[in-house]
Write a protein that binds this ligand. Structure first.
Ligand code: NAP
Length: 472
């Protein structure tokens, strides 16, 4: 496929191959952009940003709505490519495409509601004759860098609010899964996006990504990816606004009053969809001692029922992880937990990139799977005596993206909501729950800022105060 620079399709002599994580076959190839391509894209975006700022809100809304319709129209094509390049199952890929279409339509509604606020100048002595307000203006150019795992939806979480706020966009998808994002770029242009306001550059993070990060003409840098890359970006970005959506090792607490079947269901869907490669995948599960045994029995039974394998087959529930290097790492972490005293109740092996859905219990706290982000299909369980211990363990993490608790006790629910240090606490729901409109982002190493359409629009805008003195 070709990449997009200022709305035009561009190719390069050097191409990067895209592989199918399930079988290693080549799925396609994309141009390897260079730093000079980033410069050209940003020069064109300097013109494109003027066109974007001038677009009335109803026109921005129209582009967003059209993009939603076009995604629905192209559902089969994009689903197919997500299955092939990410290794998602057909159902996972299809729901990502349809959810992304909805996200664009939702953003088209939000675009019509962008406004500032009047300011109470007369509340300050000496300002009795002042009247005024603040308005929101576009920042100009948004730079967006996305990860491999939910590539279409996470690109949309940046592109849709950027358009609503009236900005030009320079977008770089992950090198392992760029094809869906190039398709999205083509649909955005078909939907009416001003050409110079859109570039989708393919190429490596260390060159192309870094050039976007460092350029002072990018006024908001929106990044989703690992904490390690996020740290580099924070160091290199200079004076510009940044939004960092980083990793986590999401905790789930199951108390003795919990609806166990519901908690098991949330653990299975949260721990194993997209083979555990979601930033809010359930990773650490803390279960009250009174229900530990029954929870484990029910969980293991359900995990054993997960059909894993070829993601193109309708019956497959879980596909491969992104590459063999990660599959090896995931198994290493599981084995480390076992060697320190954890017990594997199911799973623990791999075949190429297919890692068995794994449940490991009684996991010591100093294991990697309790400390770091696994990004693979395994959940680690520990027994707890009470809520204090559970909250304390949930907070024993450098991350803080989302958490979940199952309890019927309203006091426990309130305490968890107040005391867990995460950007979201889900009660009687797993940490993987996310509605695309809600503010979403992390405490601690999970990031800076919030996505969710309205909140991202605010971050992608400048506040301008306009103040009149009415004495003339
Ligand atoms: P990653 O390795 O950090 O890569 C993310 C993006 O950053 C890719 O496009 C990558 O390009 C680029 N990049 C790499 N080095 C860069 C640099 N020095 N400067 C600028 N850009 C650079 O992450 P990943 O493995 O693709 O994704 C998994 C991670 O994303 C996990 O940690 C997960 O938790 C996190 N994530 C967070 C959220 C959230 O909303 N909080 C959502 C999804 C995923 P290349 O592909 O060319 O290396």
């Amino acid at each position: 496929m070709e990449m997009i620079i200022g709305g035009k399709k561009v190719t390069k002599p050097k191409m990067i191959k895209v592989y199918n994580p399930f079988n290693g076959e080549i799925v396609g190839e994309v141009p390897e952009a260079e730093v000079s391509d980033v410069k050209v894209a940003i020069e064109l975006a300097e013109e494109g940003k003027k066109a974007m700022k001038e677009l009335p809100l109803h026109k921005r809304a129209e582009i967003l709505f059209n993009t939603g319709l076009l995604l629905e129209k192209n559902e089969h094509k994009i689903t197919d490519i997500l299955v092939k390049e990410v290794g998602k199952t057909v159902n996972e890929a299809k729901s990502e495409v349809l959810r992304t279409a909805d996200l664009f339509k939702y953003a088209s509604e939000e675009a019509k509601r962008i406004h500032g606020e009047t300011l109470p100048f007369s509340s300050v002595t000496g300002s009795e004759n002042k009247r005024g307000a603040y308005i929101l203006e576009p920042v100009g150019i948004v730079g967006a860098i996305t990860p491999f795992n939910v590539p279409l939806s996470l690109a949309a979480h940046k592109v849709a609010p950027a358009i609503a706020a009236g900005n030009a966009i320079v977008l770089k998808p992950a090198t392992q899964t760029p094809l869906n994002t190039l398709m999205l770029g083509e649909l955005l242009l078909e939907a009416g996006m001003p050409q110079k306001a859109l570039s989708v550059l393919t190429g490596h993070g260390s060159t192309v990504g870094n050039a976007i990060v460092e350029d002072p003409r990018i006024r908001f840098l929106s990044f989703t990816g690992s904490a390690e890359t996020g740290k580099n970006i924070a160091k290199n970005a200079g004076i510009k606004k940044i939004g960092l959506e980083l990793g986590s090792n999401a905790p789930l607490i199951v108390m003795d009053s919990a609806n166990i079947d519901k908690a098991v269901k949330a653990t299975v869907s949260g721990g194993f969809s997209v083979a555990g490669q979601i930033c809010i995948s359930v990773q650490r599960v803390f279960v009250h001692e009174k229900v530990y045994e029954i929870f484990i029995d029910k969980l293991v039974k359900k995990v054993k029922e997960i059909i894993f394998g070829d993601p193109t087959k309708e019956e497959t529930i879980m596909g491969p992880v992104i590459d063999e290097q990660n599959a090896i790492r995931i198994i290493d972490w599981i084995k480390e937990a076992e060697s320190k005293g954890g017990k594997i109740l199911t799973g623990g092996k791999r075949n190429y990139t297919l890692v068995e859905p794994t449940v490991i219990i009684d996991v010591p706290l100093d294991c990697k799977i309790m400390q770091n982000e696994l990004f693979g299909p395994a959940v680690a369980l520990r027994k707890v005596k009470n809520l204090d211990e559970a909250i304390n363990l949930a907070n024993q993490s450098v991350y803080g993206l989302q958490a979940g608790i199952f309890t019927k006790n309203i006091f426990e629910a309130f305490r968890a909501a107040q005391e867990i240090e995460t950007g979201g606490v889900m009660i009687n729901e797993g940490p993987r729950y996310r509605a695309d409109f809600m503010p979403y982002g992390g405490y601690k190493m999970s990031g800076i800022g919030r996505e969710g359409i309205r909140y991202a629009i605010e971050e992608m805008s400048e506040i301008k105060v306009i103040c009149f003195d009415i004495e003339g």
